[in-house]
Design a protein around this ligand. Structure first.
Ligand code: FAD
Ligand code: SF4
Length: 505
């Protein structure tokens, strides 16, 4: 009996570890050769796997750690040594992966069964029970908000009997502040790489083709062990959590982390369990260390969004991966790879990705995917870009966020696109003041590229978007524009597209 764990199952607290004869971990390089991942992503996954192996061995568990090119190769070796073995694995995020893995094991005369995956709160059956009878096309019944309230009631998190703690389910209204000019966020935690991580990092640099050259990144400082991840959680609660809520949507030049938790990669790899993170947040509220708008805002992300996207993804695949309801087909501008653009907002966000494989939620949604959306970029190419560039990217979470939320290529996650002009960036950041483009102008040379792209995007997709939820106000502005204005907007949008294609934006 072997417990087979993937690089996203590094959960030392799993009780079933002791119930097996051994743990099998396969470090297969094929995954890293499939696409040019960010070097920090590869270092993170491989270093975390090796540290996890060492940790389990130190606890007296038998670990077969196989460094190979493919899973098939490692399983050949495994079944040579343990003919007919029964393998158990936490359930992967996609049903298709279950079939593929089971086939690999069956072909070698073994058996593979799946157990609940501790990196998620709900099993597929539990989510399906919630979803049953709800019309997946009806925003009022099959949406995150309803799911989230159901999760709050079900788990008792931030509940006072049947009522939400504080009296409201949602404190978003209080979470759209921008900090005063002299505010500086506390430094994000940094974890000095040990010898194993340094060895992995240099092996990654010399072995794989990567999203960006290792020499161009910031030093690798992500947590690779459970201790480090727990320490990152504590540092977040101590130093940044109180201001997480109010400044959740804010952006400041040079401040890549703001007050975000930076915990997504640790949770996605299994170093932290979602419920322990939620309970820690709840305790901070009870201890008076963070206000309700910060705590509820954070709980909403982990208890609500993270679970919701995981299951909507599972139920929408494989169609979601290829969705393109707006028929967008432009190649992604070269600036997404080079970071070379005069647009302060885009250059800041892309630089963060290039340096650390990270951009915070608002940069992901309202800069990186918003620009690609109004520009008309192919959602699959954007998804691929996110998948390559981010340390926390895994198909189950990147795809619904990029294809659904960011690109509105499917309405599985939101009833309207997250599209905006430069005015949103201007309201939520200090970027526009140092940008050579004028956010106040829509047309003509020097006008903010977001603006003309935004208006022409709305007009081009009017048939699909006018009737969708909450777009009425935007279309009243579209209706107010005269033909001369439209001609100038079209001209500017075309110039912007041309500059973007040429890498001259
Ligand atoms: P915080 O802002 O501190 O949020 C707390 C936690 O909530 C996160 O650590 C994460 O676990 C969870 N969370 C918040 N929003 C989401 C969400 N929409 N979906 C799933 N979990 C969420 N998240 C990933 O983990 N991997 C991705 O590849 C990824 N790609 C994204 C692409 C786009 C276009 C968008 C809009 C969002 C994406 N997200 C992704 C979700 C979210 O932006 C990141 O989880 C978050 O920015 C990670 O930083 P953090 O840990 O500092 O998050
Ligand atoms: Fe971005 Fe436009 Fe503001 Fe420049 S002016 S930072 S391009 S929103």
């Amino acid at each position: 009996m072997t417990l087979w764990l993937l690089g996203t199952h590094l959960d030392r607290t799993a009780a079933s570890l002791d119930e097996h004869d051994r743990v099998l971990l396969i470090e297969a390089t094929e995954f890293a050769e499939r696409r040019p991942y960010h070097p920090h992503k590869l270092t993170l996954v491989f270093a975390a796997m090796r540290r996890f192996r060492d940790d389990l061995r130190a606890r007296g568990l038998t670990v077969d750690y196989r460094r190979v090119e493919t899973f098939a190769e490692a399983l050949d070796d495994h079944f040579d040594e343990h003919p007919g073995d029964d393998l158990t694995m936490p359930r992967p995020a996609a049903d298709a992966a279950e079939d593929r893995l089971r086939e690999l094991v069956d072909d070698r005369g073994g058996s593979l069964s799946f157990v609940p995956n501790p990196t998620f709160l709900l099993t597929p059956e539990e989510f399906d029970e919630w979803a049953e009878g709800r019309n997946t096309n009806d925003p009022d019944t099959y949406r995150m908000e309803g799911f989230y309230r159901w999760m709050r009631r079900r788990s008792g998190v931030l509940m006072d009997g049947d009522s939400p703690v504080g009296g409201e389910w949602n404190y978003d209204e209080q979470n759209r502040e921008t900090p005063p000019a002299d505010w500086e966020p506390p430094d994000p935690p940094e974890f000095e790489p040990d010898e194993t991580t340094r060895e992995v990092a240099s092996w990654v640099d010399s072995t794989f083709e990567t999203f960006v050259d290792g020499a161009e990144t910031a030093p690798f400082r992500w947590p690779v062990t459970r201790e480090e991840a727990l320490s990152a959680l504590e540092r977040f609660v101590d130093a940044r959590f109180a201001e997480f809520g109010p400044y959740q949507d804010a952006m400041i030049e040079g401040e890549w982390a703001m007050t975000h938790s930076l915990l997504s990669a640790s949770i996605n790899l299994g170093l932290l369990r979602p419920m322990e993170v939620i309970e820690r947040a709840e305790r901070a509220y009870e201890d008076g260390d963070a206000p309700i708008n910060s705590v509820e805002g954070f709980v909403r992300q982990v208890l609500g969004w993270r679970e919701f996207v995981r299951h909507v993804y599972r139920r929408s695949m494989p169609a979601m991966a290829d969705a393109n309801q707006l028929g967008q087909a432009e190649d992604l501008p070269p600036a997404y790879w080079t970071g070379e653009t005069e647009m302060t907002c885009l250059s800041e966000a892309v630089e963060g990705v290039r340096k650390r494989g990270y951009a915070h939620h608002i940069e992901r949604l309202m800069v990186l995917s918003n620009f690609a959306l109004v520009y008309g970029a192919d959602p699959q190419e954007l998804n691929e870009w996110f998948h390559q560039g981010f340390v926390d990217a895994f198909h189950w979470v990147t795809t619904p966020n990029v294809v659904g939320m960011g690109s509105f290529a499917t309405d599985a996650l939101s009833s309207k696109p997250y599209a905006s002009s430069g005015s949103y960036v201007n309201r939520m950041s200090d970027y526009c003041s140092s940008c050579p483009y004028a956010v106040s102008r829509d047309t003509g040379e020097g006008a903010c590229p977001f603006n003309s792209l935004y208006w022409t995007f709305l007009r081009e997709h009017e048939e699909t978007l006018r009737g969708t939820g909450r777009m009425g106000l935007m279309y009243s502005h579209v209706d107010d524009k005269g033909e001369d204005e439209w001609a100038a907007l079209e001209e500017r949008a075309e110039t912007v597209r041309e500059m973007a294609r040429e890498g001259e934006l």
